[in-house]
Design a binder for this molecule. Structure first.
Ligand SMILES: *Cc1c(COP(=O)(O)O)cnc(C)c1O
Length: 408
């Protein structure tokens, strides 16, 4: 493989393209605003004062570095490769999202913005952003589909306690895509005083690049930790892919390491046949959504198709442009895991290691379990455990508890 295709210095190019994907397709009035954000980001990202401030918060607020844990019980049971977990679930607020939210909030503050706004699906990004806003001293509006507001009630309460306004999206399916639509509309009304803090490596340039850079701390840490524990690099990496931020956060430090096989895991939901899935890279075609180009699940008219998975955080018909590119150049292999397999991994990790993973992360764990069985015992798999499953326990027990001997 031509390594120059992967180097972060040329990825994306100045217009925000990863190969043919990404870019910035926004209304003309937003163009200068996006340029301003790009310039502000370029300026602060190597500024020692900003880096020091972010590092301080990562260490003393988030609790970084998050540990790497050898899941020995699970590995032994499977009888194949050794599974290791990068514990992003142990971060403050319980997932990887705080990594980019702190970065985006600090950037907003530096730019003199009064308010940060965002969409949220399961409420995880909303909680992480409301947290960062409270810490940094910014107002915060979170847009959320009406269906998700009902489904993810504890997170809605959390955001309100943290001082954020939760604003419902009431059109269409009333889930994540509609939340993005609504947040985007609100942003257009006042892009000067607000910063739209996108929740993944999606959206117009510079967001896919910026969110990746803030998340890349995961892989940088994991590489060093893994070397310390085992003396070498992991043979395989596995992460779940919704928009793709936790995955690219782990992958970035390893993209140039040819001995490392990399797997991204998408949800195949309940059915490929009826379209009840969100396997964007597996079944989508290049298209446009929310200001950028990527693989997209779309209907005949090219409009984003409805998606469905047990993991609300993976429920997005588009995907990060860099993942779209990494698929095309064959650097990352994108696989699928269905709802049932994810639930099974959720229960197995809980019962064999005492760790309750988020349903999103359970997709990565499920794929790692499948992969481990096909590999010899001296091989290793490093899984990004993107978040903890406290938010999912009621749902899992209500829907699937019986299958696992849990009576209510
Ligand atoms: C939001 C979320 C995801 C999906 O987002 P990515 O941008 O694909 O990482 C995965 N895991 C958890 C725990 C999440 O909260």
């Amino acid at each position: 493989m031509d390594k120059s295709l992967l180097a972060n210095e040329v990825m994306p190019n100045a217009e925000g393209f990863f190969g043919e994907y990404g870019g910035r397709f926004v209304p003309p009035m937003l163009e200068p605003i996006m340029r301003e954000i790009t310039e502000a980001y370029e300026k602060i990202k190597d500024d020692p004062v900003f880096k020091e401030e972010l590092y301080y918060l990562q260490k003393h607020y988030t609790g970084r570095p998050s540990p790497v844990f050898h899941a020995k019980n699970l590995s032994e049971k499977l009888g194949g490769a050794q599974i290791y977990l990068k514990r992003e679930d142990l971060n403050h607020t319980g997932a990887h999202k705080i990594n980019h939210c702190l970065g985006e909030a600090l950037l907003a503050k530096r730019m003199g913005k009064k308010k940060i706004i965002a969409e949220t699906g399961a409420g995880q990004h909303g909680v992480a952003l409301a947290t960062a806003a409270a810490l940094v001293g910014l107002e915060c509006d979170i847009y959320m589909g009406e269906v998700d507001i009902y489904k993810e009630h504890p997170n809605v309460v959390r955001m309100r306690i943290l001082g954020a306004n939760v604003i419902p999206a009431t059109h269409g399916l009333k889930t994540l895509k509609e939340a993005v639509d609504t947040a985007f509309e609100a942003y257009l009304k006042d892009p000067v005083n607000q910063l739209y803090a996108i929740g993944s490596v999606v959206g117009p340039h510079p967001f896919p690049m910026m969110v990746r850079d803030f998340q890349a701390v995961i892989g940088r840490e994991a590489k060093e930790q893994f070397r310390e524990m085992t003396g070498s690099l992991p043979d395989n990496l596995v992460a779940c892919v919704g928009g793709g931020s936790n995955a690219i956060g782990l992958f970035t430090a390893f993209l140039d390491d040819e001995t490392v096989s990399i797997y991204g895991v998408e949800p195949s939901g309940t059915s490929f046949e009826t379209g009840d899935h969100a396997a964007t890279l597996t079944l989508g075609k290049p298209g446009m959504i929310h200001g950028f180009k990527c693989y997209l699940l779309q209907d005949e008219k090219g409009e984003p198709a409805p998606v469905n998975t047990v993991a609300s955080g993976l429920d997005y018909p588009g995907v990060g442009p860099q993942h779209s590119y990494l698929k095309d150049i064959d650097r990352v292999s994108y696989q699928t895991i269905n709802d049932k397999e994810a639930i099974d991994a959720f229960m197995k990790l809980a019962r064999q290691e005492g760790i309750i993973p988020a349903l999103e992360s359970s997709h990565a764990v499920a794929y790692a379990m499948k992969l481990a069985k096909t590999l010899p015992k001296d091989q290793t798999i490093l899984v990004n455990l993107s978040g903890r499953g406290d938010k999912d326990i009621d749902y899992v027990v209500e829907k699937f508890g019986k299958d696992y001997g849990i009576e209510e």
